[in-house]
Design a protein around this ligand. Structure first.
Ligand code: BJW
Ligand code: ZN
Length: 247
């Protein structure tokens, strides 16, 4: 089972989605914020946006959908998650479920809000400190042991950037081998992530969609379940694994 998730799975935790009502991009166009060119043009604005999102996510908790999926993974090693989300909520739910080797079962296709990458030396690291985006001089720089003082950027995948080749290759492997792809809370407009469900379908697997609205994947879906993830996913998981109870 491959579970492909998007911003909608975290909506019930209070994390804003990107598109649609109340979406993160209603006030800014994506190319103003989520591109390397935007960062080059105005790193302060981009960091301000990421700092704001980090504060929101840090105050949120995994919801019943994240927890049910983590419990399912703890009970069945054949359940893999590929998430487009950068909020870390799947990882937190997995940790709560006591899953040790989470990296082998969870791929963060678009990176993480809480990791940084140095533009000069390429160093990647966890980074949870508050962001001072009041001025360019206050923006985070490569520090710590061996830090080169180069400018840091969020370790996320922006438009026009390639996903980590190892990550996307693994995800396509999972998609091709899956009996089913459970697609939860994504508008399925961003490639190559949306293509994962098509790969499962082309290989003869089922596609099950959980979303309050239709998406471009709806015509392909074997089953579409209309509603919120936190309400539907725990019931779906419980029907496959009666022993898995969600909190
Ligand atoms: C609920 C709910 C509830 C609400 N319960 N559900 C064709 C082929 C290949 C590539 C392209 C192509 N055409 C164009 C491209 C390029 C581009 C792309 O896909 N553009 C499209 C928009 C057209 N792709 C790329 O650039 C990618 N790179 C790439 O392809 O590299 C090769 C290349 C290089 C050079 C040139 C061309 C190609 C990279 C894409 C990276 C996307 N990055 C972002 C930002 C990440 C960092 C950050 O978070 O700040 O990732 S964009 C943004 O969209 C974010 C998300 O992960 C991603 C997907 O959004 P998602 O999760 O679907 O959220 P929403 O808001 O759109 O939808 C929420 C859904 O939830 C809705 O359906 C609601 O109904 C639902 N919902 N409440 C369940 N309670
Ligand atoms: Zn550096």
């Amino acid at each position: 089972m491959l579970v492909l998730t998007g911003a909608g799975i975290s909506a019930d935790s209070g994390v804003p989605t990107f598109r649609g009502e109340g979406g993160l991009w209603r006030r800014h166009r994506p190319e103003e914020l989520a591109t390397p060119e935007a960062f080059e043009r105005d790193p302060r604005l981009v960091w301000e946006w990421y700092g704001w999102r980090r504060r929101i996510v840090a105050a949120c908790e995994p919801n019943a959908a994240h927890r049910a999926l983590a419990a399912w993974q703890a009970a069945d090693a054949g359940v893999r998650i590929a998430t487009q989300n950068v909020d870390g909520l799947h990882g937190r739910a997995a940790a709560e479920s006591g899953i040790a080797a989470v990296a082998a079962m969870l791929l963060e296709l678009h990176g993480s809000l809480f990791r940084i990458r140095c533009l000069s030396c390429g160093r990647r690291a966890e980074h949870r400190d508050p962001i001072d985006a009041g001025s360019v001089s206050g923006l985070p720089r490569c520090a710590g042991t061996g830090g080169c003082r180069g400018p840091l950027r969020p370790d996320v995948v922006w438009f026009g950037e390639s996903l980590d080749p190892e990550v996307i290759e693994t995800a396509f492997g999972w998609a091709g081998a899956a009996d089913a792809c459970l697609v939860v809370g994504t508008s399925a407009v961003v490639q190559p992530a949306a293509r994962l469900a098509e790969v499962t379908r082309e290989a003869g697997g089922a596609v099950i969609e959980v979303n309050p609205d239709r998406t471009p994947l709806t015509p392909l879906a074997t089953v579409s379940l209309r509603g919120g993830a936190a309400a539907i996913v725990p019931r779906l998981v419980a029907s496959d694994q009666p022993s898995v109870t969600s909190r």
